[in-house]
Design a protein around this ligand. Structure first.
Ligand code: PFF
Length: 448
């Protein structure tokens, strides 16, 4: 793909949005958001999260879009096309590091989805067959053969998709599946809203309890915003390099951010009423969604069939996100090491097989291996989302705000977007000052 002189492009405008939403919407919205919100007190977390998305996320996303579409090149190439300064070359390196760390644990969770899909097909979501789903999930994640097996299968599927290139696979899949996922979530919301614990669940999610505000919660909210919007690792920059010259960047960034946030909130509306209905605790951590969903499917009319639909869609939401992440190290090898697409993909997936095995074993044989009190899985998650992505975001934002030529920036932002001068100025200020300052303040606040 990248080695052709004319880069492939997304064909339609909805294709642009759908593919970018496909990258953004994933396990981050449906698995990670409810678990982070649950651990951090619900409503207050949601509020800080939304502020992070719009005050920091949108400017950083625009910065990535401007660089990618403006140069029609991926990570390192886009930066090098504008400036030779050494410092900024660190962005692609952070991107590669973050994508590899995220892919390592993300593939494990995608493997859990495959196991749940298997359970739904083999009718294990039948209360007469299994009654304690928490225990069953606990037993499954501690089983090295099963967790590693599903993770390996997931990574091999990724390999098969990425060797085929960008628009054929990704665009067609996301165009159909993301709207379906959205619909099924809306339906589950209706189901959850009829549960006895609905009021308590909604109160938890939407009524901010400001006593829950803490430095670590703010860091978690910002990390979640970066993770969920796929920011700070040049992923969207690489995507934007496939945008055509008519794509309106501001509209696209706002649309993607709103849709992504909406999906996360919907997931919260599905999960928290169920949490309170079944007397579970919102602070269950990474296993929250995997313990709640079976309990929900068991009591839903036709639950077993819905479960199959849901896990198929969730699987696609996960794989559209992982292929967009795989694109970062793959494009790096293609562009810098003169490798063919197939070889580059093989190196990337090969490395991931080793790292994700370590993450998968964090719930079983390697559960005792910890650093700073975190297992390998949690450490990869924390370092990538809460540290690397925000740092990558600051640098991209500063690069576009300070180094990129103002005319170039304004031109990119104005294409097919009627941007008055005040808005252009505001966006530049957001990239130069607001986004970097917010991230730095949140870091300092967190360190204190
Ligand atoms: N945004 C994706 C999710 O919410 O699941 C995860 C992700 C994809 C993060 C791509 C970063 C990335 F570059």
């Amino acid at each position: 793909m990248a080695e052709k002189s004319k880069r492939s492009q997304f064909v339609t405008r909805t294709g642009v949005i759908a593919a970018t939403v496909g990258s953004a919407v994933g396990l981050g919205n449906i698995w990670r958001f409810p678990y982070e919100a649950g651990m951090n007190g619900g409503g207050a977390f949601l509020l800080i999260y939304v502020i992070c998305v719009f005050a920091v996320g949108v400017p950083v996303m625009l910065a990535e879009f401007v660089l990618g579409r403006g140069t029609h090149r991926g990570g390192a190439g886009a930066i090098a096309a504008i400036s030779g300064k050494r410092f900024f070359k660190s962005v692609p390196i952070i991107g590669i590091l973050a994508s590899v760390l995220i892919l390592s644990f993300y593939s494990v969770v995608a493997g859990w989805i495959l196991e749940y899909l298997y359970w739904s097909v083999t009718q294990l979501f039948d209360p007469q067959v299994v009654d304690d789903y928490s225990a069953r999930f606990g037993g499954f994640v501690a089983n090295p053969v099963r967790t590693v097996g599903w993770t390996v299968l997931f990574l091999v599927l990724n390999f098969l998709v990425i060797v085929r290139g960008v628009e054929k696979g990704i665009e067609r899949m996301s165009n159909i599946l993301m709207p379906l996922l959205f619909l099924i979530l809306v339906m589950f919301c209706v189901n959850s809203l009829m549960m006895p614990g609905a009021a308590e669940g909604l109160d938890f999610l939407f009524n901010p309890d400001f006593t829950k505000l803490s430095p670590s919660m703010v860091i978690d909210a910002m990390g979640q915003a970066f993770f969920s919007l796929s920011l700070g690792m040049t992923c969207l920059l690489t995507y934007a390099s496939y945008f055509n010259d008519e794509t309106p960047l501001l509209k696209s960034a706002v649309t993607v951010s709103v849709l992504d946030t909406l999906v996360a909130v919907l997931a919260g509306v599905v999960i928290f009423p169920a949490v309170f209905t079944y007397g579970m605790t919102p602070e269950a951590g990474s296993k929250l969604v995997f313990e709640i969903l079976p309990a929900m499917f068991v009591q839903m009319p036709g639950g077993a069939v819905w479960a199959i639909f849901f896990f198929v869609l969730l699987f696609f939401a996960a794989i559209t996100s992982t292929i967009s992440m795989c694109e970062i190290p793959t494009a790096f090898f293609i562009e810098n090491c003169k490798m063919k697409r197939r070889g580059a993909a093989a190196v990337v997936i090969g490395g991931l097989l080793v790292l994700s095995t370590l993450c998968a074993l964090s719930f079983g044989p390697l559960s005792g291996v910890t650093m700073y009190g975190k297992t390998i899985f949690d450490l990869f998650d924390y370092v990538s989302s809460n540290i690397l992505l925000p740092i990558g975001g600051i640098i991209v934002s500063i690069f576009v705000g300070w180094v990129v030529d103002r005319k170039f920036l304004n031109h990119q932002l104005s294409i097919n977007n009627r941007c008055p001068q005040w808005l252009l100025t505001l966006l530049r200020i957001a990239m130069r000052w607001l986004a970097p300052a917010c991230i730095i303040v949140i870091f300092i606040y967190g360190l204190m």
